[in-house]
Design a protein around this ligand. Structure first.
Ligand code: 5AD
Ligand code: SF4
Length: 430
């Protein structure tokens, strides 16, 4: 979502006549789009912001702004701590960024905007302003009503607000007309899309309608909450030809006791049952997950339950996070906060196990011919292209630049835990 927000900010500034430069020394305006999900992300952003102090002393005309979740969380504290920060733009104010910059230029700032209402249908999007020609993110909904005990998102991004289906579809049609062939629908909790809209239009309906857009080749949606993934979703993935066989559905923990403390609203048994249902409907589905290691009160036994869930599901990809205490969350006040060394040790063990599983999963692909959407040359070897399978695996293969944005066939030949290498067998899909 942050990537998309940065893209939308960039697009509205370009529409307002701004130009982007590659070197910071050439900039008149420096904006940080920040994340508050973990402390580490904030610490890094704060250090980058602090590092600009000397630069701004030499160039007092330069405007520095902080946007996104950390801006929303810290507000005026940012301008007090860093007097060179002249814009603080919260999570619902970024569509107004061009006007905010104009105001800061006129008045010298600081301009602090935290209480805006997000425009009902999001900022107008200029389809040509996007980083990838063939893949695009599209926001289906913002905010979240779930209040997981560890998470700052609901307090910083606000309650769930779904966009009108016709707005989402109109935006995708414009992107496809401009050359996008792969769309990823975004929402903090995408499976509850539509719940706040009148009528009973849901994610399954949106998938169906987007699937019907001519010219679109692939459709994805993230992120899924196990408790909200309704019975129509596995069927939709199975039935709709453009919907890819890939689902990011974080379990967060494998222990019922911890899931309850986290306020996740499901049990381990339910999660496994859901995985079974998904695999019955879509046998080749790739599942991605997030786990948080070291939630307050997590015993060794609880941790082993996460380890065994990871082994049982055999995720194609897992994002494994060390628990990070976030201000204002329920978990912040829970007893038994774990020492860092225990969290680090458990995190390492889980990472190692996932690496082992990923390597086995990758090895099982050797010899198979897969459909790949060619994305672009690799950074180190321009004669090699990267691309993704429908299951979202990244594949590296030899091919010409003209294939970018096309579906091709690749036979998998070699794998490592991080990369899969293949040979181009056909410049059309399998
Ligand atoms: N500490 C660690 N990880 C977190 N996440 C969310 N909040 C925290 C936190 N306080 C993780 C969850 C979520 C992902 C986006 O970030 O796993 O799915
Ligand atoms: Fe945070 Fe939970 Fe909402 Fe995800 S579902 S954004 S983890 S509160």
């Amino acid at each position: 979502m942050n990537k998309l927000d940065s893209e939308l900010v960039r697009a509205s500034l370009v529409s307002a006549g701004f130009e982007f430069v590659n070197r910071i020394e050439e900039a008149d305006l420096i904006l940080f789009v920040t994340c508050s999900v973990r402390d580490h992300a904030e610490t890094r952003a704060l250090s980058h912001i602090g590092n600009l102090r000397a630069f701004c002393r030499k160039r007092p005309d330069v405007i520095v702004g902080v946007m996104g979740c950390m801006a929303q969380r810290m507000g005026a504290e940012l301008t007090e701590r860093f007097p060179h920060v002249r814009i603080v733009c919260g999570t619902r104010a970024f569509p107004l960024i061009a006007g905010i910059v104009a105001e800061a230029t006129r008045t010298g700032g600081p301009v602090i905007r935290l209480d805006e209402e997000f425009p009902e249908n999001g900022p107008d999007r200029e389809p040509s302003q996007r980083p990838s020609r063939h893949s695009a993110y599209v926001c289906a909904m913002r905010g979240c009503d779930n209040w997981c005990a560890y998470c700052v998102v609901p307090s910083l991004r606000g309650p769930q607000v779904s966009r009108q289906p016709r707005e989402v579809i109109r935006e995708i049609e414009a992107l496809v007309a401009d050359g996008a062939v792969e769309i990823t629908l975004l929402g903090q909790n995408i499976d509850s899309y539509g719940r706040d809209l009148p009528g009973d239009y849901s994610l399954a309906d949106l998938l169906e309608d987007v699937n019907a857009i001519p010219g679109l080749l692939r459709l994805r949606f993230i992120t899924s909450h196990p408790k909200d993934l309704g019975p129509r979703i596995p069927q939709a993935i199975a039935r709709l030809d453009k919907v890819c066989e890939h689902l990011h559905m974080p379990p967060q923990s494998g222990s019922d006791r911890i899931l309850k403390l986290m306020n996740r609203g499901y049990t381990r048994e339910y999660y496994l049952e859901l995985v079974g249902r998904l695999r019955d409907a879509v046998p080749d589905i790739a599942l991605a997950g997030d786990f948080i290691v070291g939630f307050p009160g997590e015993s060794n036994e609880d941790f082993e339950q996460s380890m065994s869930l990871l082994r049982e599901v055999r995720f194609q990809q897992c994002f494994l996070f060390k628990y990070s205490t976030r201000p204002g969350t329920r978990a912040e006040k829970m007893p038994d906060q774990l020492p860092e060394d225990v969290i680090v040790e458990r995190h390492q063990r889980l990472l190692k196990e996932q690496e082992r599983i990923a390597l086995e999963n990758h090895k099982a692909m050797i010899g198979r011919e897969v459909e790949v959407l060619a994305e672009g040359p690799t950074r180190k070897k321009p004669e090699m292209l990267t691309g993704r399978t429908r299951r979202n695996e990244i594949v590296i293969f030899q091919g010409e630049a003209g294939l970018e944005g096309k579906l091709v066939s690749v036979r998998i030949e070699e794998t490592t835990p991080v990369a899969i290498y293949g040979k181009l067998t056909n410049t059309s899909p399998v």
